[in-house]
Structures are given as structure tokens and as C-alpha cells.
Design a protein around this ligand. Structure first.
Ligand code: PRX
Length: 647
């Protein structure tokens, strides 16, 4: 018996379109393989060469020091991330190129050139210094998607303060716990933000949290809304007042390559959130390099990653990766369906976005809302699409390809994690043929494998545990304040090897297919099934927009398979549809995966970053909470959000 059984039969292959290949940085599989092989055979030589694309204030003496599970990259080297993202472009024609193009939810726009962004960053860095922030201190960032959020991150990097961004949708309690763990000295926030036409009162949450965060001495507030809000004398300061008085002269501090750049909290399956620590040199290098090659990024592009800066994707691919490459990055403040479900398509048409990177959860929402919305807009500026965050169901991939990409744009399905810092398994769009639902091949320097419970590689096509066998530059360095938990969580299961927590299989072409989190695997009559494959079979039915499958205890089979299904707009759930869906899964996968029960719901409970919370659905499915068949899960999704906040 294998550890996780693979049942998916997806067989479609999409070669890179010739026109795309011709203009790409990497134009063929052979070219990719030559580079990849070099990165594996001589990792130190490869990374040393790539690191020359960054500006170093002092060269490193050793590329990698690996004392498992602790890695140091570019030992002895000194550099500054903000210098790499800003100053170096000022000596080129890019000084007046748009660095950040921003649109607020109400529709106002702002553009910051590299020169302007540099000035704002220097001034805010001086503000932080005046507030007593020194190299090595921590700064909390609890902000909406506005340019000042990026300015604050870069300003911290400029003076060597370690930032910790907390997603603006998190509660005061979540903010308090994270800021206490990080021992932040200053919190940067805004009076509020726009979300789906309503106001999110960020400063009110800060006011509720700060009395219980003794380390916080100052709060800096961006005036986003202009509402009258209470300001605590001596503690709270308006951003614009401080910045106005600050000098724009702030030389970048030469920081050790291993200087902690940021702490980002990610929820564990149990207990308190983990403060994932990323450092400077290796993180910046892998992020910059992957942005360039995976997005085939060119100076002419307008790049839009829809992630919030509260997530790692927002760090690596809204701010640092694009700016390190001198690109134009689009930032949007609000919701995809405000004022109507075509807001993203309107933004793409208006700003002539050429590269668009979003999450499967968003794509499934677009499918549910219907293709009339994208059809209303001119999306011809797009040349490349990307996804990240969850396995993408092949049918959702096909929809994205046909409706958004007009069957013309390659799709890069990028597998990585908060912990990996940058992309790990991903297509290179001019070189690697794609298959719907597969992240294809490992990125440069990444040695990935699928192993059984004893750490032995499984045969082609079999499911198992996804592991990374060698250290990589942008890997997390530790859990903040808890190196034992770091070693225990990631390096103990397979000693000396990084355990991702994901199930996967590899096909005959060496492509990786992520099967979901191993904690979510369902054991039906001795068959251990990954959630992604069964869910994808359901989503391939034309009536279905989204599905989540979980196991519930069953005397006969060990676990019974329960599917929660959201139908597309205009579809009606019924017993007939239920029967139809069960038969569909049998046809797609086989009788072992036939759902024992199908429950319809208008929404699935998700984490704040859009991942389906199967844990909660398991409780519901096993009767820990009773739920009538037709009751919607809306209330439960609210509950899920509350629980997430409580972590
Ligand atoms: O389960 C995998 C899934 O998301 C997890 C990492 O989540 P997080 O740390 O929030 O980072 C998300 C942004 C990088 C992974 O362990 N995941 C992420 N990308 C993919 C994916 N699963 C399948 N395919 C992907 N492309």
C-alpha cells in the first residue's frame, strides 16, 4: 500500500506558444535543463554567479554554510535590500519609470516612479530612526494595500529594522499576539481602508491591541480615509506630518547577508502562529531571480500580483521581486467584486496589465460569477498568467486559460510556501510545457522529491510526501524565538530533509502534482486519497464552482467521503444533481472515490488568504456540529474567520 494513492487522470499538455518562446528569457527546455543541471551539480558556483546580479556592499566569503537544519547563505557578505530595489535603478533610465501603480477601491490612482519611491522610503526611514528604531529592532506593519505599506517595508529594510506585516483583515487580538511575539517597537497603520465599499477600521484595532503590547512605543498612522479618529498624544503620529519634516537623505545601511529582513506569522495546524524568519541576501536573490524567469519579466511589462502584502506572496511578488527587477508593479486596495464582479478585468484593461498572478480561490469565484464579466473587457494586454496558494483544479486551469488568457497566455502554476520564501516548483513559461493542475518542475537549485513514510523515493505515479532535499537561498532560517520548533516542525520527520507537509506525486515526465496537505488525506477502505484529486473531479462537472472533500469516521470503511459543493450561479442544488455528481466522480476517478455524502453550501469556510479550511469541515461532517443538508455554510464561514483570528 502506498502512502497516498493517486487517482487523477489528467493528460492534457500545453506547449509554450512559439511567439512566447521566441521572446522569452529562457526559450527551450534544453536551455532550462542546462541551467537547472548546473544549479544542482554546482549549487555554490551557480548561486555565486547569480548573486552578482545584486549590489553588494561587501562580497561574501562563503556561498553556503549548512549545519542542518541551519543554513547561512553568502556568509560575510553585506548588502541592503532597499538599495537593490531602489538606488541601483536611479543610475539608469528607470529613475522616472513607474515603480508602483496604485488604485484604491473607490477608483483613485497614484503612480510612484523609482525616484519618488526612493525619496519616500528615505524619508520614512529617517522617521523610523527619529522614533528610536535602530538596526535589529522590529516594526509592525498593519496596513491596507496602499503604497505606504511598500514604503514602510522598504524603509525598514533600509535601516535594518525587521518588519512584521500583519494582514489588515486580522483582528486586534491576532495583531496583539503577533506583535508581542515579535516585540515590535513601532506599529505603522492607517486610519482605515476600503473593502467592498465598507470601511475597515485599522486604527481602532490598533487602539484596542496596543495597551496589551508593552514593547510598542509609537504608532504611525497614514491618513487614508480622513475620518476624525482619536490620536493618543505622545504615542500616535500622523505619517504625513512626520514625513514632511524628515530629510530625504538616508544612506542604506550595509547589512549582513543573514540579517533578518522580516518575520511573517503563519498559522500552524495547532497552537500559536509561527513567526517565519527570512533573512536578506539569499531571500532577495531567489525572489528576484524567480520573478525574472518565472514571469519572464521585461521592462515593458505591467505586473500585477493580486496578493495582499499581509501574505508572503505580497512580500515576494508585489514588492521585493518586481522592484529588484526594476519592474512596474500594480497594487490594488480592494475587493475583486466591487462595485461589480468585473473589477479585476477593468483594472487589467485600464492599466494594460501584461502579467497577472492570482490564487485558485479567486479563479473559482470568477468562474462562479460567470464569464460575461471578463468578456466585457479588453484583456489583450495580457501575455502571461500565474496562480499560487492551493492546487488549481484542472477545469479551473482550463477556464483561466481559455477565458482570461484567450488560449494564448501560458499559465505558471507556482508551488511554494511562506517558509520557502520564493517559488520552488514552477513552469518556466517559454521553456516548460504545462499540464493543467501541475506545478511542473523544480526551480533552479531546488532538489524536490516524493518519498514514502521511511523517506524512500516512491515510484513514478505514486503518491507520497513532498520533501526538499537540499537547502535553498530563500529558505526560512528559523521560527522567531523558537529554533526547537523550527527543527521539530520541518526537519525531524525526515532527518536533515525539509518536510513540506504536502502530498504529491511525480509523473513520467518528472512533473510534480500537489495532492493537498497530508493532514487532510482521507483514508477510505485502506485507500489514502489526497483532497485535491477528488475535489478536481467534482469541479470538472459543469454545474460545480468549488468543492471541498473531507473524511468522517465510518465503521465499515474507516472513513466515509463527504463533499461540500458550491454550484455555479444559476444552478440549483437538488437530489438529482447530488446523484449526478456522485456518478461523475466515479466516472472520473473510480468507485473508491464515490462521495458517500454531498452537501451543498453557498460558500466554503476559508482562511483569510483563501484556503479551504478542511479541518472545520471535518468537524461539521462528523456531526460535531449538526447541519441540515441544505443549510448554507455562510454562518460557518464566519465562524471559521473568527477561529482563524483566535489562533
Ligand atoms: O499546500 C501548499 C499550498 O499552499 C501551502 C503554502 O501556503 P502559504 O504558506 O500560505 O503560502 C502560500 C503562497 C506561497 C503549500 O504548502 N500551495 C501553494 N501554492 C500551491 C499550493 N498547492 C498546490 N499548488 C500550488 N501552486
Amino acid at each position: 500500500m502506498t502512502d497516498i494513492e493517486s487517482v487523477q487522470k489528467e493528460g492534457r499538455v500545453f506547449e509554450p506558444p512559439q511567439g512566447f518562446r521566441d521572446q522569452a528569457h529562457i526559450k527551450s527546455l534544453a536551455e532550462f535543463r542546462a541551467l537547472y543541471d548546473r544549479s544542482i551539480q554546482d549549487p555554490e558556483g551557480f548561486w555565486a554567479e547569480q548573486a552578482k546580479t545584486l549590489v553588494w556592499q561587501k562580497p561574501w566569503s562563503q556561498v553556503l554554510e549548512w549545519k542542518p537544519p541551519f543554513a547561512k547563505w553568502f556568509v560575510g557578505g553585506k548588502l541592503n535590500l532597499s538599495e537593490n530595489c531602489l538606488d541601483r535603478h536611479l543610475a539608469t533610465w528607470r529613475r522616472n519609470k513607474a515603480a508602483i501603480v496604485w488604485e484604491g477601491e473607490p477608483g483613485e490612482t497614484r503612480t510612484l516612479t523609482y525616484l519618488q519611491l526612493h525619496r519616500e522610503v528615505c524619508r520614512f526611514a529617517n522617521v523610523l530612526k527619529e522614533l528610536g528604531v535602530a538596526t535589529g529592532d522590529r516594526v509592525g506593519i498593519y496596513m491596507p494595500m496602499i503604497p505606504e505599506a511598500a514604503v514602510a517595508m522598504l524603509a525598514c529594510a533600509r535601516i535594518g529594522a525587521t518588519h512584521s506585516v500583519v494582514f489588515g483583515g486580522f483582528s486586534a487580538e491576532a495583531l496583539r499576539d503577533r506583535m508581542n511575539d515579535a516585540q515590535a517597537k513601532v506599529i505603522v497603520t492607517a486610519d482605515g481602508a476600503w473593502r467592498r465599499g465598507a470601511v475597515v477600521k485599522l486604527k481602532a484595532a490598533v487602539d484596542a491591541a496596543v495597551p496589551a503590547i508593552p514593547s510598542v512605543k509609537s504608532v504611525v498612522v497614514v491618513k487614508r480615509l480622513g475620518d476624525d479618529i482619536p490620536m493618543s498624544a505622545g504615542r500616535d503620529h500622523w505619517w504625513h506630518e512626520l514625513v514632511e519634516a524628515a530629510s530625504a537623505d538616508c544612506p542604506p545601511v550595509a547589512l549582513d547577508s543573514e540579517h533578518p529582513l522580516f518575520i511573517l506569522y503563519t498559522s500552524g495546524t495547532t497552537g500559536k502562529p509561527k513567526g517565519v524568519v527570512h533573512t536578506t541576501g539569499g531571500y532577495l536573490l531567489q525572489t528576484a531571480l524567480s520573478t525574472k524567469y518565472v514571469f519572464d519579466l521585461k521592462d515593458e511589462d505591467t505586473f500585477w500580483c493580486t496578493a495582499d502584502i499581509g501574505w508572503v506572496t505580497g512580500h515576494s511578488y508585489v514588492v521585493f521581486g518586481p522592484l529588484a527587477n526594476g519592474a512596474t508593479t500594480l497594487m490594488y486596495e480592494g475587493a475583486p467584486n466591487w462595485p461589480e464582479p468585473d473589477r479585476f478585468w477593468k483594472l487589467i484593461a485600464k492599466h494594460r496589465v501584461s502579467i497577472f498572478y492570482t490564487a485558485p480561490t479567486a479563479i473559482r469565484a470568477f468562474i462562479r460569477w460567470g464569464e460575461q464579466w471578463p468578456r466585457k473587457h479588453d484583456l489583450s494586454s495580457l501575455r502571461l498568467l500565474g496562480t499560487v496558494g492551493e492546487p488549481i483544479n484542472p477545469e479551473a486551469w482550463m477556464w483561466y486559460h481559455a477565458v482570461i488568457g484567450a488560449s494564448r497566455c501560458p499559465i505558471v502554476d507556482t508551488w511554494w510556501q511562506t517558509e520557502t520564501g520564493g517559488m520552488m516548483i514552477t513552469p518556466i513559461p517559454g521553456a516548460i510545457a504545462t499540464k493543467p493542475g501541475s506545478g511542473t518542475l523544480p526551480f533552479f537549485g531546488v532538489v524536490a522529491a516524493v518519498v514514502d513514510k521511511d523517506g524512500k523515493e516512491v515510484p513514478v505515479g505514486d503518491g507520497g510526501y513532498l520533501v526538499i532535499q537540499k537547502p535553498w537561498p530563500s529558505m526560512l532560517r528559523t521560527i522567531y524565538g523558537d529554533p526547537e520548533r523550527y527543527a521539530e516542525t520541518y526537519w525531524k520527520r525526515f532527518p536533515g530533509i525539509y518536510f513540506t507537509g504536502d502530498g504529491a506525486r511525480r509523473d513520467k515526465d518528472g512533473y510534480f502534482w500537489i495532492m493537498g496537505r497530508v493532514d487532510d488525506v482521507i483514508n477510505v477502505a485502506g485507500h489514502r486519497l489526497g483532497t485535491a484529486e477528488v475535489e478536481s473531479a467534482l469541479v470538472s462537472h459543469p454545474r460545480v464552482a468549488e468543492a471541498a472533500v473531507v473524511g468522517r469516521p465510518d465503521e465499515l470503511k474507516g472513513q466515509a467521503l463527504v463533499a461540500f459543493v458550491t454550484v455555479k450561479q444559476g444552478q440549483q442544488p437538488s437530489d438529482a444533481v447530488r446523484a449526478e455528481l456522485k456518478e461523475h466522480v466515479v466516472k472520473e476517478i473510480g468507485a473508491i472515490a464515490r462521495p458517500d455524502e454531498i452537501r451543498f453550501s453557498e460558500a466554503l469556510p476559508k482562511t483569510r488568504s483563501g484556503k479551504i479550511m478542511r479541518r472545520l469541515l471535518r468537524d461539521i461532517a462528523s456531526g460535531k456540529e449538526t447541519l441540515g443538508d441544505t443549510t448554507t455554510l455562510e454562518d460557518y464561514s464566519v465562524l471559521a474567520k473568527l477561529r482563524e483570528d483566535e489562533e
